[in-house]
Design a protein around this ligand. Structure first.
Ligand code: BGC
Length: 387
């Protein structure tokens, strides 16, 4: 068997993704902090102070784009009150990225809400949709010139499911009807954000990041494709489609055929290809806004990235307009708890290792980060028979 070369389109974006609450540290006034029944991130990676060196690491690893999120509770700690220091901070962050040559992908909502939003009923309340509009307006006015791609909402279906149906995340509700209303409100919030951002920047690129799974069971897959692809994308306006791809659900009993991540998620690279093909009919550019795995030993990560990318490239060669890939995540970080035993720091998604005993300690670049770095540098992937 020979080596195989997979070439990516010219101008492809190579990066990593993070979210504010998971990496920044020191966030005090959101609904996660206010909840007693979940572990909190504390200082987590202290990325709030160390963003410069973290971005320089990403640059040294040949990345040319970066996805991050803004923390609404920092920017608007009380309704209608804008924190100019927080806005200045994000301005410095984005200026640093731009000056270092990164294209910026900025998420406006990544699971967390200001406490005052939660208190007024969170995403079940009509006025939250209105308030989100004001927040987006403020961000567009103050930071819009530094934002290349807008990701309005991260994974609306996951948020609605985990927070309002499974009841595992704040506000811990367990009602499918309620979850569906939240899902629709988030879609409305996205559409409003789309309009506002385009008023300020007519040429801007606005979308949202959708988590899309692949199911081996035919009807399960049909249903999920309707709920996570057709329904949301037909009801929303988008300049591009953002895809977070992590999940593959084999038929019951078939799990043993596949490798698992440290979180027990099934590794199945063709799932990315299959999901990308399902997005082709929308005729829009696609960015893989997240894909990655928890792998503390770093013994699966390089192969995971290689294989998922090889399948992405196959989708590209079959006409899906994929223009970028963001590995989740640049750093080990606070991971949203899913089991009662989770501490928030059990799962290591980072290309770069963080010592949480003292976030001031130096970061450690994992071997897989250099592997990914080669792909980013050459805009291509070489698979040897054993990779
Ligand atoms: C989320 C991230 C999260 C990752 C791993 C994604 O669904 O957007 O915030 O850390 O999955 O669970």
């Amino acid at each position: 068997m020979k080596n195989k070369i997979y070439q990516f389109p010219k101008g492809f974006f190579w990066g990593t993704a993070t979210s504010a609450y998971q990496v920044e540290g020191g966030i005090r006034s959101n609904d996660w902090e206010a909840s007693k029944q979940i572990p909190h991130p504390g200082k987590t990676c202290d990325h709030y102070h160390r963003f410069g060196e973290d971005f320089l690491l990403a640059k040294r690893l040949n990345q040319n784009a970066h996805r991050l999120s803004l923390e609404w509770s920092r920017i608007e700690p009380a309704k209608g009150q804008w924190d100019s220091a927080a806005l200045q901070h994000y301005q410095r962050v984005l200026e640093f990225l731009k000056a270092s040559g990164f294209t910026t992908f900025v998420t406006l909502h990544h699971f967390t809400n200001p406490v005052w939003v939660a208190e007024q009923g969170g995403w079940l309340a009509e006025r939250t949709v209105e308030d989100f509009k004001n927040y987006v307006d403020k961000v567009a006015q103050s930071l819009g010139h530094l934002i290349d791609f807008w990701v309005t909402v991260n994974e609306p279906s996951v948020y609605a499911y985990m927070s309002f149906w499974q009841g595992i995340w704040p506000p811990f509700r367990k009602n499918p009807v309620t979850a569906w209303r939240v899902y629709r409100n988030l879609q409305r919030a996205h559409n409003q954000a789309y309009r506002i951002i385009h008023q300020y920047y007519p040429q801007s690129q606005v979308g949202f990041a959708q988590n899309i799974a692949l199911h081996e069971a035919f009807w399960r897959d049909k249903l999920d494709a309707w709920a996570s692809i057709n329904y949301p994308f037909n009801r929303t306006k988008n300049d591009y489609l953002g895809l977070n791809q992590y999940f593959y659900h084999p038929k019951i009993g078939a799990r043993k055929r596949f490798g698992l991540t440290d979180m027990g998620w099934v590794i199945h690279p063709p799932a990315l290809y299959e999901v990308l093909l399902k997005l082709k009919k929308f005729n829009l550019p696609v960015y893989i806004t997240e894909n990655g795995l928890a792998d503390a030993r770093d013994d699966k990560r390089a192969a995971y990235i290689n294989q998922y990318l090889a399948w992405a490239q196959r989708a590209i060669s079959e006409g899906v307009d994929v223009r970028g890939y963001f590995y989740w995540s640049l750093l080990d970080n606070y991971e949203w708890p899913v089991k009662s035993a989770d501490t928030g720091f059990d799962y290591k998604f980072g290309l770069v290792e963080v010592d949480f005993s003292d976030p001031a300690l130096p970061r450690k670049v994992r071997p897989s980060a250099y592997e990914y770095g080669k792909i980013c540098q050459t805009n291509s992937l070489i698979l040897t028979p054993n990779s």
